[in-house]
Write a protein that binds this ligand. Sequence first.
Ligand code: FAD
Length: 387
Amino acid sequence: MHEIDRSESITVAGAGLVGSLLSLFLARRGFQVEVFERRPDMRRETVDAGRSINLAISARGLHALRQVGLEEEARRHAIPMRGRMIHPVSGALALQPYGKDDSQHINSISRAWLNKYLMTHAEETGRVRIRFRQRLQHVDFAAGTLSFLDEAGGATRQERAPVLMGTDGSGSVVRQEMTKLPGFSSNSELLSHGYKELTIPAGPGGSFRMEKNALHIWPRGAYMLIALPNEDGSFTCTLFLPFEGPVSFASLNSPGTLTAFFEEQFPDAVPLIPELTHDFFHNPTGTMVTVKGAPWHVGGRALLLGDAAHAIVPFFGQGMNCGFEDCVVLDSLLSRHTRWEDVFTEFFHLRKTNADAIADMAVENFIEMRDSTASPRFLLEKQVEKV
Ligand code: FAD
């Protein structure tokens, strides 16, 4: 049995949103935390912050930030979105409020800002050390060791990790290593749609060129465009489109076909996206995956959290929120148990059913969002914490 010993250091693989917040929670409980992150330090170098430029933080995510005293500052950098603004092909815009009054809203926040903010606060505890450009390659759970490729120098090194938290995202190496063990299973289902980010720049003087306090949706059946506001007055649009088919990433293969498609399907967005062709053909095409696996831990040695355990497609706006909730639950279990096995086992049981349910709801919400057949009343009656 592996007793919880606060003088033992905990290893965290991945300093994304969940790994950074988790480190902060662990530091507050008195642990020393060693974090290994594949990317360079985004506070010093310009690096791609990850999956999307901005994202929706909801009550779950804000509740987690509140536990570590970071909610207020995060709210100052977030833009409340009080409903979905539906853009039909022709005709008037229609706002579908998320709740009966303005207090029920979700918030658009910059992923890069939030990730940097969490890393800095974790380090400021004096108990968290983040080492960048360290790519985890292999885990030996029996020996409690990890091997990393130092992406700066090219050398491979071994580190001791008696307790490992895998927060290395949907393609998690920690999870891949776990599934080599008997009794572990993992299933990753790639969506047949991908996504592309496009920018609506700010208007004169940093003004917003559409309603600021809304999540904008252009629902079009097999595909969909959405836009979330940014602090600087711009919007980040995300075009969700099948990879293959009559209207797909494969078919929109020239500036002419792309422009004609946008003019026909998203006419009001065209004048707002001046760099449409450049953005579309230069920005990467993102993939979306649902990951379901079991169990999420190896005895009292290693645990998966966040997308590494339960990646979901983004249509419910809950992936990060759910990962933040993981941190709150783990933290509360640490106050009740004395052995890592007990913490990890209960964590898995508490979180697995919720994670699977939200994964399925996220896929269902994709169908609802892109078709937008639901009446506003129906939408009001459903959970408000959704995009
Ligand atoms: P990640 O953010 O993926 O972080 C993993 C970290 O691990 C990264 O820093 C990575 O560099 C590092 N890493 C990976 N492999 C290794 C390795 N081998 N060694 C060392 N480090 C490694 N969620 C919401 O709640 N609201 C939204 O509105 C929302 N919108 C989304 C929009 C899109 C288009 C997508 C794709 C996702 C969206 N999500 C949203 C989901 C959200 O992005 C994820 O749930 C969230 O990023 C999960 O955080 P994480 O820290 O678990 O994983």
